[in-house]
Ligand binder design. Structure first.
Ligand SMILES: Cc1cc2nc3c(=O)[nH]c(=O)nc-3n(C[C@H](O)[C@H](O)[C@H](O)COP(=O)(O)OP(=O)(O)OC[C@H]3O[C@@H](n4cnc5c(N)ncnc54)[C@H](O)[C@@H]3O)c2cc1C
Length: 494
């Protein structure tokens, strides 16, 4: 396997494929991680991924568990609340965490360095030529190549793959600072019970200057400010300008600027995510405005989705065609979230005071009438097609089981069959599917039994990325998976 680009997505793919025992070469043009301010938010699904990579413990000290997102209207009061305070945690982790991207990337690099089968080629630009990758004076050859080479992806360009532009472009200033004390928020009249602005990503949709303030890990705070029409991208990063923008939030509290940068937030999706042996993943395949903090999360989902399928194919347990389920699964989910981020971006970036107050009324009404999502976790739609049985494709819960440990800490990696009774099926041995009977001794909280009851199912089959393959009888699910994985020439069934 060759991975081009060692941002968070490439590094995660290297961890996953390295953990699965495959020979991996990962190439990056630079030796150090990218240090300009970028992602600060991940959700529970990413923590579960890190948990399964054995990295959660080392990452947790660099994470701040938070309460999610809140948007304030032109009058400074709540127009949208997607907070998790006091809500259940079905996936085993808090819904939202804030962190500092360069630290996460460094930890992911340390992660794949655990595997002797992963080679990191640094400081060299990689170019794809057919099924070869030219990296400096080396010609590398592998059965598959994953291009995680970022939004400008030279690989995507070289392959002539076009990006569909979803027509959103706004310039924003990003400021990272270490702050010695809490942020000063004006009074928020309708603050929901239990919600604490110090623990929320707060978007102020003020038509005079839309802005976000985010609580990072430790003393780190992130601000993002929309540039107003005609404003200069160089003047706004001058120290006096930065001080004028963040000063009102600090009320004299000491601070140290870590980094500033301006970005153009875009929404784009590649038209083709695979060409022959080459797959696009992460920003190379899609870019989203960061209003729900999901850009990198999408990329890590790509890595998790593609890696387990590549593992099956490379081990001869599935035909190459299973890799063609990558784009049909990932693209609709990515487009759904980009659509939501663009819709939010359009109302957040509203600069007309009259339209802003109309927007505030509309959003408050939606929230009152329960038409909005409860937390940002609800944005992530199930996979409706691909390597899934009908009616499944959602993320599976992760309760504490047996001795109080989280489900994934007890079950081995790979496919997992949770069923009311033990079953025998050839696929269990062939794929190394871990089987667990859901009884009172294992399912101590009753969460697994409840899930089976809700689906009127004897069994649930989980994929290695912890999305649900299917609900039903164990035999039926295993037959279905067997048929989906096996190409004509490679029958898994006796
Ligand atoms: C202001 C801002 C805020 C954001 N906030 C969030 C957030 O809160 N949550 C979130 O999930 N996402 C967020 N994002 C998005 C997130 O930062 C990106 O989605 C993520 O960094 C993409 O990761 P990647 O690995 O795909 O690409 P990159 O991080 O861009 O990595 C690409 C790598 O490829 C390498 N490369 C490129 N070309 C070559 C070549 N030819 N040969 C070798 N190497 C090459 C580069 O050196 C780089 O290391 C934000 C982005 C911005 C700008």
């Amino acid at each position: 396997m060759i991975i081009i680009g060692c941002g968070p997505v490439g590094a995660t793919a290297a961890n996953l494929l390295g953990q699965a025992g495959h020979a991996v070469a990962i190439v990056d043009q630079f030796t150090d991680v990218f240090t300009l301010p970028r992602a600060v938010h991940i959700d529970h699904e990413m923590m579960r991924l890190f948990q399964n990579l054995g990295l959660a413990e080392s990452l947790l000290p660099h994470m701040r568990e938070t309460q999610g997102h809140m948007h304030l209207g032109a009058d400074g009061d709540v127009i949208r609340y997607m907070g998790s305070a006091g809500k259940p945690r079905p996936y085993g982790w808090a819904n939202d965490y804030f962190f500092y991207q360069p630290e996460l990337e460094a930890a992911l690099r340390d992660g794949f360095r655990r595997f002797g089968n992963v080679e990191f080629i640094q400081g060299v630009r990689a170019t794809v030529e057919g099924d070869e990758v030219i990296a400096g004076n080396r010609r590398l050859r592998a059965r598959y190549i994953i291009a995680c080479d970022g939004a400008r992806s030279p690989t995507r360009e070289g392959l002539g793959i076009e990006l569909e532009d979803l027509l959103f472009e706004e310039a924003w200033l990003v400021v990272d600072a270490n702050v010695d004390g809490p942020i000063s928020f004006p009074a928020i009249p309708s603050l929901p019970a239990g919600a604490d602005p110090q623990q929320l990503s707060v978007m102020t949709c003020d038509p005079r200057r839309p802005a976000t303030i985010v609580p990072g890990r430790g003393a780190h705070r992130r601000w993002e400010f929309m540039l107003l029409p005609g404003e200069s991208e160089t003047a706004i990063v001058e120290p006096a300008s930065i001080e004028g923008l963040i000063g009102p939030w600090l009320q004299g509290c000491a601070y140290e600027i870590v980094r500033t940068a301006t970005y153009r937030f875009n929404a784009r999706v590649a038209k083709q995510w695979r060409q022959g042996p080459v797959f696009l993943a992460g920003d190379a395949a899609h870019q989203t405005p960061p209003f729900f903090g999901q850009g990198m999360c999408h990329g890590l989902r790509d890595a998790a989705n593609l890696s387990f399928k590549l593992d099956l194919v490379l081990r001869g347990l599935a035909g190459d065609s299973v890799l063609d389920t990558y784009q049909p699964e990932r693209e609709p989910q990515v487009r759904h979230v980009i659509g939501a981020a663009v819709a939010a971006g359009r109302y957040i970036c509203e600069l007309d005071p009259a339209k802003a107050s109309e927007r505030d009324e509309t959003l408050r009404r939606r929230q009152r009438e329960g038409q909005d999502i409860a937390t940002a976790a609800d944005l992530i739609a199930p996979y409706a097609q691909g390597l899934v049985a009908p009616g499944a494709g959602e993320r599976f819960v992760q309760p504490r089981v047996a001795d109080g440990r989280l489900l994934d800490d007890i079950m081995p990696r790979g496919f997992v069959l949770l069923s009311r009774r033990a079953v025998e099926h050839p696929l269990i041995g062939q794929l190394g599917i871990a089987q667990q009977v859901v009884d009172a001794a294992f399912d101590t909280t009753g969460a697994l039994g409840d899930a089976l009851d809700r689906h009127q199912a004897e069994a649930v089959l989980l994929r290695p990325d912890r999305y649900v393959y299917g609900w039903g009888t164990a035999d039926h699910l295993l037959d279905l998976l067997s048929a989906q994985l096996a190409p004509q020439e490679l029958r898994l069934h006796a």
